[in-house]
Design a protein around this ligand. Structure first.
Ligand code: ATP
Ligand code: MG
Length: 381
């Protein structure tokens, strides 16, 4: 798929911008703090309905109009897709004093108001940023988010399962706190244990399935990016233990059994903590570079290359799941790569229909400048 029309109104530092885009490589050049990342964030938001930076809805609305009667940012795009053309509109309402304006997001797909879960992934995008290194070097939360954001773009059921699971964890946590305060009995957990096992199973299977494809892709991409010098291994590590990709696939009953056993074992700890300590919300993906844990052993450059390989693997996963190309967004990542890695990256990216690249330093990207089908200068939004 590719975006051929994009509109931003009162979004971050943009008052109004209307941009026509082409297939192929679109290059956005601008000094620091002019709105390059904001532009890619807008596309990411249209795709996932979540900000690429940890922001509240109000942060997305142009600051100058936040105090106005109608603090609304509007994003719209038109997309050509294998599954039929798409018009997507997103209104982001900031906080207002007037209770008639509910803060939050409203989304229209081809003119029809939709629930968020139905609008996510209609436009599919993969975003590369310089913060991606956190997937490799950061806490487990980063790796879970990487998987979850990716899968929910192509699997509506997954998004619903995640929402259900989050509710179960929340309710189970509040029961654990009441047990801790002796306002409830431990046997009341039995119901929530079952619920947790059931909702958690859906998430586990989907992640394990995605990881099957990702692991192979990430390994190949790492090999390409490093000229065959470095290897990358991904292993799913569930918090209930004892299940990794080398295990034979287990069925529903066995999953539930293992999950309940793990919850039993963690009972006292959970009550003391007043929190659910096992389940997919505590799982991790172990990342090995040349067989060693990447967070503790790899060099900064190796971590960066691995993060790049993970995003490329994501692009490949999305393409396979969609039967269409996701839009590729590269925010500032090219300037930090050496020429060889950049070539390897672009060679693969070239197989996608559309890529948007930002840079503050076009002199370093001469090769891309000459190949770009669209060039834009970004200046104060
Ligand atoms: P860099 O080269 O440093 O990455 P950039 O061009 O990517 O710069 P952006 O991250 O897009 O810059 O930010 C551009 C500007 O937008 C910043 O100065 C930021 O303060 C401003 N900005 C962010 N949110 C809002 C908002 N809600 N209202 C107005 N301006 C905002
Ligand atoms: Mg930026």
């Amino acid at each position: 798929m590719f975006i051929f029309d994009l509109e931003l109104v009162n979004f971050r530092n943009y008052v109004r911008a209307h941009i026509r885009l082409d297939r192929g490589l679109n290059l956005f050049i601008g000094d620091n703090a002019q709105g390059k990342s904001n532009l890619l964030e807008a596309i990411y938001l249209l795709s996932t309905l979540r900000s690429s930076r940890a922001s509240q809805d109000s942060d997305l609305v142009r600051r100058d109009i936040l105090e106005s009667d109608f603090p609304v940012a509007r994003l719209a795009c038109q997309v050509e897709r294998a599954a039929g053309n798409l018009a997507l509109e997103l209104a982001i309402v900031g906080r207002t004093v007037d209770p008639a304006h509910r803060a939050g997001k409203r989304v229209r797909v081809n003119g029809v108001l939709r629930k968020a879960s139905e609008a996510v992934g209609q436009l599919c995008a993969v975003l590369f940023t310089t913060l991606d290194i956190d997937i490799v070097a950061g806490p487990p939360l980063m790796r879970r988010r990487y998987l979850d954001m990716m899968i929910s773009q192509v699997d509506r059921g997954y998004l619903r399962a995640m929402q259900k699971y989050a509710r179960v964890v929340q309710q189970r946590n509040s029961l654990l706190k009441r047990i801790q305060a002796r306002e409830a009995q431990a046997h009341e957990l039995a119901f929530w244990d079952q619920e947790l096992a059931h909702a958690g199973g859906t998430i586990y299977w989907a992640r394990a399935d995605a990881l099957g494809h990702l692991a192979i892709q990430a390994e190949q991409q790492m090999e390409r990016l490093s000229d065959g010098l470095e290897s990358l291994t991904l292993i799913y590590r569930p918090s209930i233990g004892g299940l990794d990709q080398y295990d034979a696939p287990i069925d529903d009953a066995e999953w539930t059994g293992r999950m309940l056993k793990a919850l039993q074992a963690a009972r006292q700890k959970e009550i003391a903590a007043g929190a659910t300590l096992v389940g997919p919300h505590r799982d991790d993906v172990e990342i090995l570079i040349d067989g060693m844990p990447a967070d503790a052993f790899a060099s900064r450059a190796q971590q960066r290359t691995a993060a790049l390989a993970l995003r490329l693997a994501e692009a490949s996963y999305l393409r396979r799941a969609l039967g269409d190309d996701p839009v590729v967004l590269l925010d500032d990542v090219l300037s930090e790569l050496d020429a060889r890695r950049r070539r390897a990256l672009l060679e693969y990216i070239d197989t996608f229909q559309q890529t948007l690249v930002t840079t503050a330093d076009p002199d370093r990207l001469r090769d891309i400048y000459t190949r770009a089908s669209g060039r834009f200068v970004v200046n104060a939004g």
